[in-house]
Ligand binder design. Structure first.
Ligand SMILES: NC(=O)C1=CN([C@@H]2O[C@H](COP(=O)(O)OP(=O)(O)OC[C@H]3O[C@@H](n4cnc5c(N)ncnc54)[C@H](O)[C@@H]3O)[C@@H](O)[C@H]2O)C=CC1
Length: 426
């Protein structure tokens, strides 16, 4: 065969794709919309009611998804060894998150608009990984083989077609999201200008981005350390955007060998990181007509600190703000000094620390007890950030105390499926 081999071939494929994209961009009328998208997702009919029933009725054939993911990556890397270099050395996080992504897709078949919105964001985010349209075709081929392997003799052509339509609707949205973001960098380089170890397992990092980094207070972005190439983890920006390009992050080490460990234990001022595009909905609206309730747990303080920062700059007779800050103990109030000083100078702010460990499953939580005890919150606008269990318990308590869901802002940073969908899953 006359085809270039191995890495060269796939590099060529990616280059060909980039050139095609460039031609499309330069063509009169600019880049194509989603409906024109080429590649594997071309002119794909979306997953309909029949597909939904087929997929959900036969989920047992391909679940648990963790067992689908292992052969999927094996097939993909066996056929295209070059793709392995786009992934981190350890695939554990990657596998878990791809499994969650399939879970999210199959759980939300009834909500195509939400799915499209999520995958559009994901496509924009995936530019930082160097993902190109051509890669989606290789992913689809690998998935097809993994599905067949996993499901065995009960697999059918109809079922496979339904799965591929579901996948292609997600891929279409990702391609559209990537195309729509072509005018912004896929990631930003940032130099660490300060690294404060506030607790043995928690660091506050200040980085300066080399190019302006667009974001809003309350949002988050993914960081990558050169110590762990291709492994990206999400952290909230802990200050409102600043003219000097400094961005603050709060990082808690949660286990050995991960990105947080690299950032807490092995990163110093002068090191360079990469930062993915900002995303998230925990932002302040243009109008601030209601008083606010901010609830933060542990390093979940980061986005709340950014909101406080923005509130400071926006105040002209603005709202009153109550912050409930949950921490394991007094020593774990790692930004306590800053917060005490900040509160002293802001008569509109009241901070209430709530100390105690996470409750056992089904147990009472000091945080929700405090919410209930202090609670005439029904008229407030609430922002909640912290461990997934804390966010869940707080949102539930607030709903019971009469705060409508639409007035409770929280982002699923941490372990929830949607968050994993916005992480580097493919
Ligand atoms: N670093 C960042 O930029 C951000 C981190 N997060 C998330 O915040 C979490 C922070 O973790 P840590 O600092 O280790 O916090 P942590 O595990 O020390 O928890 C802080 C406090 O929250 C309360 N809490 C924990 N679980 C609870 C539950 N199920 N119900 C009620 N209250 C509970 C407890 O009072 C606990 O002391 C992580 O899950 C992270 O993903 C969220 C947003 C931003």
């Amino acid at each position: 065969m006359n085809t270039p081999k191995g890495n060269d071939y796939y590099a060529l494929l990616a280059r060909h794709d980039a050139m095609r994209l460039r031609r499309q961009l330069l063509a009169p009328g600019g880049p194509p919309g989603p409906a024109d998208s080429a590649g594997p997702a071309q002119a794909t009919p979306y997953c309909d009611e029949t597909d939904r029933r087929l997929i959900l009725g036969h989920l047992d054939l391909v679940t648990p998804f963790e067992e689908l993911i292992t052969p999927l990556y094996e097939v993909m890397f066996r056929r295209h060894p070059y793709l392995r270099s786009m992934f981190p050395e350890s695939m554990a996080f990657q596998r878990a998150h791809l499994a969650k992504m399939f879970q999210y897709l199959t759980d939300n078949l009834e909500r195509p608009e939400d799915v499209v919105a999520t995958f559009t964001r994901l496509g924009r985010d995936h530019r930082k990984l160097g993902v190109r349209r051509a890669h989606y075709a290789t992913f689809e081929d690998a998935l097809r083989e993994a599905l067949r392997l996993r499901a065995g003799r009960r697999w059918s052509v109809e079922l496979e077609r339904a799965w591929l339509r579901m996948l292609r609707s997600a891929v279409d949205a990702m391609v559209a999201g990537a195309d729509a973001a072509l005018t912004e960098p896929p990631y930003w380089h940032a130099t660490v200008v300060r690294h404060d170890l506030r607790r043995p397992d928690l660091a506050v990092l200040r980085v300066r981005t080399h190019e302006p980094y667009p974001y809003r207070a309350g949002q988050y972005g993914a960081l990558e350390s050169p110590l762990l190439p291709h492994a990206w983890r999400q952290y909230s920006m802990a200050c409102a955007p600043r003219a000097d390009g400094i961005v603050e992050f709060h990082v808690r080490r949660t286990g050995p060998d991960g990105v947080s460990e690299a950032l807490v234990d092995r990163t110093r001022a002068g090191d360079t990181l990469r930062l993915g595009p900002a995303t998230g909905t925990m932002t302040l609206g243009d109008e601030l007509s209601r008083d606010l309730l901010l609830v933060a747990g542990g390093s979940g303080l980061a986005p709340v600190k950014a909101l406080l920062d923005e509130l400071t700059s926006r105040r002209v007779g603005g709202p009153r703000v109550q912050l409930l800050l949950a921490a394991r103990d007094r020593g774990d109030l790692y930004d306590g000094e800053w917060l005490a000083d900040f509160e002293r100078r802001r008569p509109w702010l009241t901070v209430l620390p709530v100390l105690g460990d996470a409750p056992p499953p089904g147990g009472r939580s000091p945080l929700t007890d405090t919410l209930v005890r202090h609670g005439a919150w029904a008229d407030r606008l609430a922002y909640v950030s912290g461990p997934a269990g804390m966010v869940e318990a707080t949102v539930r308590a607030l709903r019971e105390l009469g705060v409508p869901a639409a007035r409770i802002h929280h982002d699923p940073l941490g372990s929830s499926p949607v968050s994993s969908v916005s992480a580097a899953s493919w």
